[in-house]
Structure formats: C-alpha cells, structure tokens
Design a protein around this ligand. Structure first.
Ligand SMILES: [Zn+2]
Length: 450
C-alpha cells in the first residue's frame, strides 16, 4: 500500500494525502496559500478521475480549496464529510471562486496593457456548483463507513464547527488528524483522542509553542472595548469568517447577558461570516456544555444591537458612525475585504481601537500594523496609525505544542508523519515525539510504502 503526501508537507497549507491500495482514497484537497500558492496551478500528480473516495476533514480553504479543480479535472466519486463541513464548504468555496475571478480580472487588465495574454481563474462559481452536484455523504462523529476493502470513522477534532479527524482501517490502522483544536475552546467540544493505530499523520501548526488562556483573552477584549468607548471611538475587529467571528459574537452575547456590554452598536460586516453564523445557529448538537446552556435562553450568537450588513451600501453607511460601534469585518489579516475601508476611516483617529484576535502572517497589512507601523497605505492613500492597537492571542483554533504531544502520544503509533506546519515547527514537534516514536517529516509529493 502507498501513502502519498500531495500537500501540507513542510508547509501549513495545501492539505492533500492519498492512501492507495487498489482503491484510491484522498483525504482533503486543500489550496496552497502564501509563498507556495503557485502550486495551485500545477497538474495534480494523479488522475482525479481515478480517485474513488474523497474524505474532507473540515471546511478551511487549505483543506477543501482545490475541490472545484479536482472536479473540473474528472473527479466524480463520493465525498464524505460532516453535515456542517458540507454546508460551510459551499459558502467558503463560492467566496474563494469570487476571489479567484476578481484576481484573474485584475491581472488580465494589467496583462492586456502590457500585450500579455488573458489570465484564467483557477476556478469559477460554475465550477463550485459542479462540486455540489456530486454525491455527498454526511457522516456523524463516531460513525463508521464500510467500503470494499476499507472502513473509516470520523471523530471530533475540536478545531472548527464540524471538523473531524479520520481513522482509516485497511487491515492496518491510519489516523489522519486534519487540524486539531485546543482544549477548552468556546462553542465546540474538546477533541477526541486518537485510538491506538499503526500510522498517525499529525498536524504541527503550533509544534513550537503553547497558547495563552481563552479567559485572559476575553478579559483583554472587554477592557479594549470599554477603553475605546471611554475615548469616544470605535472598535474594529478584523476577523476570520469561520469560527473566530462566531467566537467573538458569542463572547459579546455573554457580555450582554451579564450586563457587561457597554451601550453600543455592533456590525457584522462580512457576507461570508453572516452566512456561516447562520450555520452555527442551526447546529446546536455540536455545541459544548456551556454554549448549549447559553442556547437554552435563545440563539447564543444573538445580541439585540447587532446588525448584519450584507450589501455594500449598508457597509458604507457604517462610515457615518463615529463612536460606540464594534465593527467585525474580514479579512482576518486585513489583506482584502471590507475591513480595509473601516481601517481607512478609523485608523488615523486616536480615539478608535483595532483589536487583532488572530495570527497575522508576515507581509500582511495586519502584521505591519501590529509591528508598529506609523503609516500604512490603503487603496493608494497614506493613512496615519493613531488608533490604539491590541493583539489578543488566546483564541487559537489549533492545539498548542503540549496538547499536540499529548494527543499524538495516545495513538501509540508505529510511525508518525508530521505534516501541516512550517518546517521548523514540524521539526520541533518531531524532535519531542522522537523519544518515543519513529517520526518522519515527509517532503512535498513524497510517497511511502506502508
Ligand atoms: Zn483548519
């Protein structure tokens, strides 16, 4: 039997692994992002029409983002995912197609002026629609699916709503971690532990460090909001559409229920985040105990003064609000989306605050702001950074180093493949695991006989 590493090998993005033994089982088909994004345009190193089964661990673009390309190149097999993963994926992929189409349009305009050819998008909204004409099978946590020569079981990965890790039994037992969440997360349950297995394929996003506590971060957020309103400004929260936005709404909801939320208006200014929040509200069976308790009193993401602004006109109207507004908008690292407009209107005002609640990758606008830039450029205009800037680090969706080690150790695997991490982070996790396990950090497109 062969195990192929087609992505997320010595990088964080592009998760894609194949088990091949007569049947071809693909686990995730993620998009490459950042410095390796050119890989998205390469041919798949396999024939998509020969893939029998696709298993999706969760709905982040670096795990599902090349599905439309897979389908365009001939994949017509069955897709296994949790119901929440399927529902969120549909919105994520349509949003991704929009980004691809817009980028191709802008590049084409530039190319034509230089006498260069038209740029085609990686995929379009029509390609995304084709993906949802295929047969999707909804799998619950704990449910086992038996096919010809294999069976597989989904377990809760505690990373985002509907996220799973998967045990695949071919006679030998494999566990693919997908992405593993930290313990004590808001909204969803802690991850299950892996069973004893022969091979473990484990993520290492934070193979080198642990996180601060969620409780401390909630306190920091409360103080940041109160302080900004005392100064008479607004609070901007650049946020990722999936999970982080719902966590922030949930926290604001609990502030409101406890009478701790100052008088304010709250705007969720992201069509994608609005759609995903609706999916969260429709899946109370996936809530942890605290959130389920909160849900007894009604929708745990509801706040009376919360406005969903879907249209561009509604979004523009927020510019008129000069104080006592909390504006949650994408993108999480300020690389695009509506947050850039809000930064333009607030960043130069010393009475406003910008609160970063997610990791800011080097080279992004968000990173430049938290690194202390005095001036930045937004849409060709120079903007002074006078607003107060907060970085709150305790909301990570990924397990920190200690928990990853504890989690991986439970597998008691004969061999552990460390994936889904920058190489140095994978090395740090691997070196901790090597005292007990045979540990490998596969290279991109490397294959192993197992
Ligand atoms: Zn993920």
């Amino acid at each position: 039997m062969q195990l192929h590493f087609y992505g997320a090998a010595r990088t964080v993005t592009g998760s894609c692994f194949m088990l091949e033994d007569g049947q071809r089982v693909l686990v995730d088909v993620g998009m490459f992002q950042g410095s390796v994004e050119k890989r998205n345009y390469k041919h798949f190193p396999f024939d998509p029409s020969e893939v029998d089964v696709l298993i999706l661990t969760h709905s982040h673009i670096d795990h599902i983002g090349l599905l439309p390309k897979l389908v365009k190149h001939g994949f017509s097999g069955e897709i296994y995912a949790t119901r929440a993963t399927r529902e969120i994926s549909e919105h994520m992929l349509h949003d991704s197609a929009k980004v691809q189409e817009e980028e191709a349009y802008t590049l084409t305009k530039k190319n034509l002026r230089k006498g260069l050819p038209v740029v085609r998008p990686l995929y379009t909204a029509d390609d995304v629609k084709e993906c949802f004409r295929l047969k999707w099978r909804s799998i619950e946590y704990g449910q086992t699916v038996s096919l010809d020569s294999i069976d597989f079981t989904f377990r809760n990965a505690g990373h985002v709503l509907g996220s799973a890790f998967v045990e695949i039994n071919t006679g030998r037992k494999f566990v693919f971690s997908g992405d593993i969440g930290e313990r004590g997360r808001l909204i969803i349950n802690d991850p299950d532990f892996p069973p004893e297995s022969d091979y473990l394929i484990v993520e290492s996003t934070y193979g080198d460090r642990n996180h601060r506590s969620v409780e401390g971060s909630i306190d920091e957020l409360r103080r940041a909001i109160v302080h900004a309103f005392e100064k008479g400004g607004n609070v901007l929260i650049p946020s990722f559409a999936l999970e982080r936005t719902q966590e922030i709404l949930y926290i604001l909801h609990t502030f409101y229920r406890k009478g701790e939320l100052p008088e304010c208006e709250i705007f969720l200014d992201s069509p994608l985040a609005i759609d995903i929040t609706e999916i969260f509200a429709n899946h109370p069976e996936l809530y942890n105990k605290e959130t389920a308790e909160e849900a007894k009193h009604g929708n745990p993401f509801y706040i009376p003064n919360l406005t969903f602004t879907k249209s561009v006109d509604e979004s523009r109207e927020i510019n008129e609000v000069k104080s006592h507004a909390i504006i949650i908008a994408g993108s999480g690292m300020c690389t695009g989306g509506r947050i850039k407009h809000h930064l333009k209107h607030n960043l130069w005002r010393k009475e406003s605050s910008v609160v970063f609640v997610g990791y800011q990758v080097k080279g992004t606008l968000g990173r430049r702001i938290i690194d202390g830039a005095r001036k930045i450029r937004i849409y060709g205009e120079e903007i002074a950074v006078k607003a107060e800037v907060y970085t709150i680090n305790g909301f990570s969706a990924h397990a920190g180093r200690d928990y990853l080690i504890e989690w991986a150790t439970k597998s008691d695997a004969e061999r552990i493949f460390v994936v889904h991490g920058e190489f140095e982070k994978s090395q740090k996790l691997a070196s901790a695991l090597r005292s007990h396990f045979d540990c490998v950090i596969p290279e991109w497109r490397q294959s192993f006989s197992v």
